[in-house]
Structure formats: C-alpha cells, structure tokens
Design a protein around this ligand. Sequence first.
Ligand code: ATP
Ligand code: MG
Ligand code: FE
Length: 367
Amino acid sequence: GLILGIESSCDETAASVVKNGTQVLSNVVASQIALHAAYGGVVPELASREHLRNIVPVVRSAIAEAGIVFSDLDAIAVTEGPGLPGALLVGILYAKSLSFGLDKPLIAINHLEGHIHAVLMQSAPRTDGPLLALVVSGGHTHLYLATLTPSNTWTYRNVGKTVDDAAGEAYDKVAKLLGLGYPGGPWIDALAPFGNPAAISFRFGPIDTKEKDLRFNFSFSGIKTAVLRYIQAHAMQPEIEARRSALALTPDLPPKDAAALCNQQTLDLIASFQASVVGVLIRQTLAAAEAFGAKSIVVSGGVAANRELRERFHKESESRGLSVAFPSLALSTDNAAMIAAAAWPRLLANEVAPESMSAMPQLRLGA
Ligand code: ATP
Ligand code: MG
Ligand code: FE
C-alpha cells in the first residue's frame, strides 16, 4: 500500500510517500526556520502564507522522488491537529482536494501519534507489556501509555505532561537568553560537550507526580528563570551581547562552530542546563515505565534529536532491562513520513476521515 502523507501543523511543509507503513520512498521537508528565526519564534500568519506557497511543489517532489504517479496512491494522510489553525488548514484542504480528485481515501492523523510512529515505523516494540511513549518537542512534553487494539491500531492514555513550558521551549528560551541562534536545541546540544555539566546544580522542585492517579508531570519554566538569575548574578550580559551581535553578522554559522564565541562560564552554564533537563526527562519517564510495567520506551519529537538525551536514555534504560528507541535524526523533527506511517494501520482498519474533517488546533492524544 502506498500512502502520501502531508504535514503542515507548524513551520514545516512536508510530504512523503511511505510503502506499507515502513518503507520511506520519499521524504520532502520545506522548513521555514530561516523565515521565523528573525522573530525568534514561529509567526502564525507568515507560516500559513509560506505553507500555501510550498504545498504544491513539496507534494509534487514527494511523488516524483518516490518514482510514482498520483494514481498509484492507495490513500492520502494528513495532520488534522494539534497545531496552528491556518497552517493546518493549508495541508488539510489540499489533502481533501487530492482525495476527492483522485477518488482515494483520506486518513486524518494526530500529529502526536505521528511523532510516535516515527519510531514505530523503524523498530517494533516489545510485546511483553504496554508501550510508554515520551513525545518531547517545541510544543509538547507528554507521556503516553500505548496499547494495541484488536484491529491493530494503537490507543493512547496520557499519563503525564508539562504543567508549563515544553522542554523544547525551554531550550529555545534559554538559547535566546544566552545570545544563541534559533531554534535553540541544536545550539545547546552542540555546545554542551565543551562545558562542565556539574558546574551548576539546577534543582527541579518536587515535580507534580500524583501517585494516586499515576500522573507523571514535568515543569520547565523554573529552570529558565534559574538560568536568567544566574546570568544576572554573574554579570554575564556583556559576553552574551557580544555573541548576539557576532551571530547577527554570521547567521549561517553552524552551531558546532559557536564554541569559539563562548567563554568557559557560558559553556558550563549550557552543559549544566542540558544535564538537568535530560536528567529530569529520563527520571520521570523511567518512573512511569516502572509504575505501568512498560518494558519498551519510545522517545520522539524535536528534542529526541538531542545527543545527550539519546546516550543517557540508552544507558539508564538498558541497565534496568528496558528497551528504548528513538527515530532517525531526519524523522525526529516534523516530517510527513511519520504521518503516512501512522495512517497505514488506520487505513487497514478502514478508519477513513469523514467529509466534515477539519483543522483541530487543540487536538489531544488519548484520554
Ligand atoms: P509540536 O510537535 O509539539 O507541535 P514542534 O513541531 O515545534 O512542536 P518539533 O519540530 O518536533 O516541534 O521540534 C522542535 C523543537 O525541538 C524545538 O524546540 C527545538 O529547539 C528542539 N530541538 C531540535 N533539535 C534539538 C536538539 N538537538 N536538542 C534539543 N532540542 C532540540
Ligand atoms: Mg517545527
Ligand atoms: Fe512536531
């Protein structure tokens, strides 16, 4: 079965053709990162306009690169939410038109289920217990317990989430405070190995873990404030502003070359911030895995690209006899292959979208 996936929930216009839910024949992503970087975040109106400009060429390249023609497709899958309303609409209306014009079924996919399938399409989880999924991105830091239904689709139960900022948001805000580029994750990831992760101890207050209803929540706004206080207390502002100006002149500098623009104190702050965030993500996920008897963990979303998170997660899970899987780097951040992959079991179960399907900006995954 050939599925065309379309994703336009935020700042990536993406299309991909996936065969039988696992084989990626093409994976085209038009990123708007450069467009939004000047504003330090995604501007919704600009995003919609850019999706409109990109959607047709991106879908055409995905079809061409897959070496197929439109009539070869068995279904079209599209992200219905969550995301920016105007951005979602561009992908949905285009997918609906294609589905109507080609007379092929349309499958509506939750973006978060897509992120989880970015892992499941590449590695099958263990079957000796439920699956625990950590989706950690710019908009989410959520834990889901996933189980297979008799019709071979997954159902989800949300067992934890951030009570304030998402982890990716904390990366982006801290990078901005430190005069680094946007989005902040790749910059901090590249610079952390140059610093001492034990230099500063950022302690997370007791995280809201309600044992009686088994919720494993996160909170990341405190650490952002702690970084700001550290910067002020240590008069780091001149060094930060010098870096901000230098980077404004060389916006294409790869994050890995930015160490030369940082003094040791800044590098130590970066390493310590990352060690704390990674530490709390792993601790809370492992606690949830233990509580629910999950033996398999999948980690996905933009922050899953983080090298320290991958290394430490593997080490700490394997020492407990748990398996942990991440998507390939290309499938960690937003893409449409994960949308097409998530649609495959739903197509087999005949879960076709109703004609009334529309953008669901606040869509949640599971109960
Ligand atoms: P959502 O999926 O919740 O709707 P989103 O689409 O903005 O949000 P993604 O595109 O999946 O999220 O991820 C983007 C986020 O991932 C950004 O916050 C970015 O800083 C972060 N990120 C990307 N690479 C890394 C990295 N190597 N280390 C840490 N964070 C990273
Ligand atoms: Mg994005
Ligand atoms: Fe995403």
